[in-house]
Design a protein around this ligand. Structure first.
Ligand code: CO
Length: 155
């Protein structure tokens, strides 16, 4: 059995981050952490933290963005669930070997410089599932476990 993964973030497709910000920040009370352009997916991403779980709002920056196509088909809403793993290449290889359909056969660069790969929803019971690996260190939560206080307030 593989190691138990850590829930890293939940991706939500939106037409406008600007239009959503007050809902997440003011209505829900999540903590706004900033924004970033992710070229590999042609999206602008805004991060909101709800304790140990991060919400990743994805706004397409072009009509070619997969998120733009998602919005056209399904409208705004839940886009993906992301789990942080160690050794993402090893995970991808093991998944492919067991017949799991990957969107990405090898990792690409996602938000926060993480290395990411998506499992196709057809192999994940309808949920686009992201694996992500932080560069230069273990997943955030494993740092939390080994060293109390470490990772608190970390972006
Ligand atoms: Co993501």
């Amino acid at each position: 059995m593989p190691d138990v993964p850590t829930l890293d973030h939940i991706g939500i497709a939106v037409r406008s981050i600007e239009a959503c910000r007050s809902f997440y920040e003011t209505v829900l009370g999540a903590e706004y952490e900033g924004e970033e352009l992710v070229d590999s997916q042609e999206v602008r991403v805004a991060f909101f933290r709800a304790h140990h779980v991060r919400l990743e709002l994805l706004e397409p920056t072009s009509a070619d963005s997969p998120v733009h196509r998602f919005l056209e088909r399904r409208g705004e809403g839940l886009h993906h669930v992301a789990f942080s793993v160690a050794d993402i290449e090893g995970r991808i290889a093991a998944l492919r070997e067991s017949g799991i359909r990957m969107v990405d056969a090898s990792p690409r660069t996602g938000s926060h410089g993480m290395r990411i790969a998506f499992i196709h929803p057809s192999s994940a019971h309808g949920v686009l599932t992201e694996l992500c690996e932080r560069c230069g260190g273990p997943p955030e939560d494993s740092a939390d476990r080994t060293s109390p206080g470490a990772g608190v307030g970390e972006a």
